[in-house]
Every structure is written in C-alpha cells, then in structure tokens.
Design a protein around this ligand. Sequence first.
Ligand code: ZN
Length: 263
Amino acid sequence: MAPGSEPSSIKLFNAPKIKDNATVRKELAQACRALDWYRIGVNDGIFNHVSALARAREGNGNVILLVPYGVLWKDVTAECLVAIDTETGKVVEGKAHLTKTDIGLHLTTYRRRPECTAVFHCHPTYATTLCCLEDFEVRCISVSCIEIINEISYDRGFSDASKDYGREFDRWFDKLGDNNRILMMGNHGVMTIGGSVAKSFDLMVALEQACRTQITAMTTGAKLKEISQARCERFNGLLEEAYSDHAQMHLEAFDNLMPSCTS
Ligand SMILES: [Zn+2]
C-alpha cells in the first residue's frame, strides 16, 4: 500500500453516517435491553454477538463497539461496551476477554458490507425453530413478513466452524450476498445487518415476529395463505412512505429501559 493511502474499507468507515461514540454506545445498549424485553430468546445466555461502528472515543478514526462476553443483555450499559480496532481486532476502549469468535464476525461484517454499521447474530426462538426444518423458508403470510420478505438469504447447510472461524464468517457473507440484510442459518440462528443500530434491531424483531406467526400457523395443520408478491411490494411501499423513520422510533421507544446514569 502506498504511503498515505488507505484500504477502501477504511475510507468507507470514515463516511459521515458513522455516529459519535456516546450515541452509538447508548443505542447498542438500548437495543440489547429492548431485545431482552421482547422475551424472544435472542440472547442465548451470555453469548453476545452484536456490534456497531462508532467514531473513536478519543482521536480520529472509528471503532467497533461490542458487548463483552459474560454480560446479560438486560444488564448492558453504554459504558460496559468495549471497542476494538476495525482492522486488528485489538481492544482499544475498555477491558474485556474476547475470543476469536467474539471478534471475527464483526471484523468480517464491516469488511464485507461496508455500508453496514451494525450487526446482530442471535438465536431467537421461532426464527431458529424455522431454521431447523428441512428446506425452511419464511412465507409471506402476515403483515410482519412484508417488511422483510425481500431481505432474506438462506444458508441451509450447517458448519460448526471449529477449525477456521475466519473462513466460516466469510461463508456467511457469501450466502448473504450483496444486497440482503437478513441471513437465516440452518440448525443455527439468524443474522441481521443494517445501516444503523436501529435498523438491525428492527429487522431482528420483525423477523422473529414473522417466524412466530408462521410457526404458529403451521401448527394448525391448515394450508398457509400467501400474500402475493405484487400486494407485498405495494404494501411495503406504503409502509416505507408512511413510517420512514420507524426503526429509529422503535428503538427510541425503549428509552425507559436505560439506567438514568450511564457513566
Ligand atoms: Zn450462533
């Protein structure tokens, strides 16, 4: 690399859409608490694979904020988050023990999808249940599906990734593709990415609600009634027009879950 030049990913990291450190800390902590509030099983014990890009607390550049291993989502605060370097994965803000899996997904996410500033990888109950069925697929049968139905990619295989986490996370992004923001993984769980913490959070909630409706409908044994693609697209257009700021408002509606003092 020539002196003074930067990898293209770094230029994209420096795009103005990346928010200041304190704002992203609050949003990420609030999203974790809100997902816990929904009681949808997203936080699998203390496995916390969520992160967001933020401006560094000190100096120039950006960092990746993570929930440290060992913290329950209901207890996450803005200050407990740790930051890692966007290139090396080294901890640069806070102190925490992080494993290769804690770090690898996040470095891969922002390298492979540079327009993305937040990623949530979780095992929510109904979405994961659907992922455990042969030839699983989200069916467009309810209003909850409409927002997400054209955003979903599928990885119907299963890999334990025990030997090479780096290659495994790249495989996830190969499956996700260049445009979709939701990946459903066979026998495993789901991942949502977005241009904001709010969007990744909102997609996760919508996905789980859609899967809950679908699994419940399937238990009746009756034939599922699909919404046509044309109707789906028309209705989605109306929703986007009427509720353009929905994801951010959804997240901010959980302000009451945050402790009054976050320092
Ligand atoms: Zn997982």
